[in-house]
Design a protein around this ligand. Structure first.
Ligand code: PLP
Length: 390
């Protein structure tokens, strides 16, 4: 069981406001904030390089921390500055030629879709959409129908930005592997709220961000590249972090996932990211998943009982993301009216998840994403506040 008093003591702002925006950018716990601040102060005293050298062992240990968190080996982990950076880095390295096919789900995220479409256009590949099943989730059955040996990549969003459904990733990866396709898992909304094991899911690449459910600093991200992908990927760029310049006309790419990193990074943010992952491991990812899922379910039930409120979440397995609308009020109006009462939610707009939102004829919905540090009383207060809006 999560010690609610302890995690709330680590998150002072959680008592000053009802914070339901961990799917956007969560509140970092004190140890994460202090880790970052201390490093920034040290950089100001001795310079960034010396400060980083002093923490070299901790920075290096970070690969092991994320390996433990995500179910992979330390040499399969690369650190980046966002989920999109991780995703584009992995995607651009997937060999793709004329006639190749990339399959995506209806809940694909815009920042993945755009580079996919750009590259497909450039090389003459196609991007095809796997229809959702009757529950609104990525349909493994429909995928199986569409697969052939021209499918180079299946892109799966574990938890979409705009709704509570959770993809049945293992079934999707098994099907994709039967035709030799690689599987790229966008776990941006999953890492930190769901216990995630890349080996058990048998996905080839995993991308995630720090600032959301992981409660890490902004400008941090992670990429996991497992062996099946590592053998095939061709990094489009590398600097002296990812490769060694061996002669006037030669270089050697590193064989581990560091080939996907660039040399410069924000060490304070990286240390904060590693601290956030340790914090999560100490709490226990399965405990966190239970707590988040329970809070979201509580919120959904409360909202669904309100007249004029429609809950939009689909799927048979639900995450910590709760989406809804209030009759007669724009999503932005709901967001702003709740903000005036110190309740933080956001609005999710169609262009972020265009296919799914268009299929459901939605322009914008309100998104509430309670983390484990939110109390049940706060959720009830938020429901009452939504009820009072009409
Ligand atoms: C499902 C999903 N994928 C990717 C991203 C992009 O993450 P980042 O902003 O860290 O690049 C988001 C951000 O909201 C997201 O919800």
């Amino acid at each position: 069981m999560i010690d609610l008093a302890a995690v709330r003591a680590d998150t002072p702002a959680a008592s000053r406001r009802i914070y339901l925006e961990s799917a956007g950018a969560s509140l970092p716990p004190e140890p994460v904030l202090q880790e970052q601040l201390a490093h920034l102060r040290r950089e100001a005293e001795v310079g960034g390089y010396v400060a980083a050298d002093e923490r070299a062992a901790d920075l290096d240990a970070g690969y092991g921390v994320f390996a433990e968190l995500l179910g992979c080996r330390p040499d399969q982990v690369a650190f980046t500055d966002s989920a999109s950076r991780s995703w584009v880095t992995a995607f651009e390295a997937v060999p793709l030629g004329k006639g190749d096919r990339v399959l995506v789900g209806e809940v694909e995220y815009a920042s993945n879709a755009i580079p996919m479409l750009m590259r497909a256009e450039a090389v003459g590949a196609s991007v095809e959409v796997v229809p959702s099943d009757e529950h609104g989730s990525f349909s493994a059955a429909a995928l199986e129908e569409m697969l052939d040996d021209r499918v180079a990549l299946v892109s799966v969003v574990h938890v979409p930005s705009n709704g509570g459904t959770v993809a049945d990733v293992r079934r999707i990866s098994d099907a994709a592997h039967r035709v030799g396709a690689l599987v790229l898992l966008d776990a941006c909304q999953a890492i930190g709220q769901l216990a995630l094991d890349a080996e058990a899911l048998d996905v080839d690449m995993v991308t995630g961000t720090g600032r959301k459910w992981l409660r890490a600093p902004r400008g941090t991200g992670v990429l996991v590249v497992r062996d099946r992908a590592a053998e095939r990927l061709r990094p489009p760029v590398a600097d002296l972090r990812g490769a060694v310049w061996t002669g006037p006309a030669s270089y050697r790419l590193h064989r581990d996932a560091k080939v996907f990193e660039l040399w410069e990074n924000n060490a304070a943010a990286r240390l904060g990211l590693i601290r956030a992952a340790r914090y999560l491991l100490d709490l226990g990812p399965a405990e966190v998943e239970r707590a988040v899922t329970a809070r979201a379910a509580h919120l959904r039930t409360g909202l669904a009982a309100l007249p004029g409120v429609t809950v939009h979440d689909l799927g048979t397995r639900r995450s910590g993301i709760v989406t809804f609308s209030v009759a007669g009020l724009a999503a932005t109006a709901v967001r702003d009216l709740l903000a005036a009462r110190d309740i933080t939610v956001t609005a999710s707009f169609a262009p972020s998840t265009l296919l799914d939102m268009s299929a459901r004829r939605l322009d914008a919905i309100v998104r509430a994403s309670p983390h484990y540090f939110v109390t049940e009383e706060q959720l009830d207060e938020a429901v009452a506040a939504v009820g009072a809006l009409r």
